[in-house]
Ligand binder design. Structure first.
Ligand code: GLP
Length: 259
């Protein structure tokens, strides 16, 4: 089932995202949570930091698993996703270092990939956060990735390199790493609950493919979420605006407006 919550703007939507995550942290203090990088969750993460400071929410036994990491990103490489997570959230709450998990992105071997799979599957994700690429990628699972994929090395799609250059590298594509390590679709699908957030025009096509009638297809990996039993999709009005409401797959999709 896909439950859509549509908000006027990303600010309001990000408060709701924070509430979903904070509830899990409070109610299940040893939960494993899959985190996502990218611009989508920046407001959510700052809301979580505020919640931590205000309510002393305890993260000390929460375990984290990030979706992906660029090739050869060190813990302190400013372009890396570990660095991003530290800056936005991890270093501002009382997470323990030993509970933070990323795939090894240095001279990565099959053993490393398998190790991350085992950690994720044995960790039992209570929640997986997801952004979506404009081409429908989730994590770095670009079009063509299959539903049974596990943690793997990825060549990034051109549109992903362009988007990430614009958002995080001052538009300089040559600085964007061209390879990454990513959880596969099966790792993501193993989470008990999935929260996908999308704002703005560049996400319209992916959101339409997810919510309208149509097969789950590796041409647009986000559509695999149609096969998951507990997905929350949090949108702003713009991301939703291409969806033809007469063609929504109401067998699996429920739409809630939260203005
Ligand atoms: C990036 C990341 C994804 C992220 C997505 C959307 O390439 N690998 O994990 O969710 O693309 O990014 P953004 O949130 O900046 O739009």
């Amino acid at each position: 089932m896909i439950k859509v919550y549509m908000y006027k703007n990303k600010k309001a939507a990000s408060v709701f995202c924070k509430d979903v995550i904070a509830d899990i942290v409070k109610n299940n203090p040893t939960a494993a949570i899959g985190f996502a990088t990218g611009s989508t969750f920046i407001d959510t993460y700052s809301n979580l930091v505020e919640d931590f400071n205000k309510n002393k929410t305890d993260w000390s036994n929460i375990r984290t698993f990030n979706l992906d990491e660029y090739f050869n990103a060190k813990k302190d490489s400013p372009f890396g996703y570990r660095y991003f997570m530290d800056e936005q959230l991890f270093s501002h709450v009382n997470l323990q270092e030993k509970n933070i998990h990323f795939p090894n992105s240095f001279n990565t071997t099959e053993v490393d990939l398998k190790k991350y799979d085992d950690q994720i599957f044995n960790g039992h994700l209570s929640l997986q956060l997801l952004g979506v690429g404009r081409n429908g990628h989730i994590a770095f699972n670009e079009p063509g990735t299959t539903i049974d994929s596990t943690t793997h090395i990825v060549d990034l799609a051109k549109s992903t390199i362009e988007d990430n250059a614009r958002l995080f590298f001052n538009g300089n594509e040559s600085l964007v790493p061209k390879k990454a390590i990513s959880m596969g679709i099966s790792n993501i699908m193993s989470a008990k609950k999935i929260l996908l957030a999308a704002w703005g025009e560049s996400k319209q096509e992916a959101v339409k493919n997810l919510l309208e009638v149509g097969e789950a297809t590796s041409n647009c990996p986000v559509t695999f979420l149609k096969k998951h039993h507990d997905v929350i999709v949090i949108l702003d009005e713009i991301a939703f605006s291409l969806v033809d409401q007469n063609n929504v797959d109401y067998q699996i999709v429920e739409i809630n407006k939260k203005f």
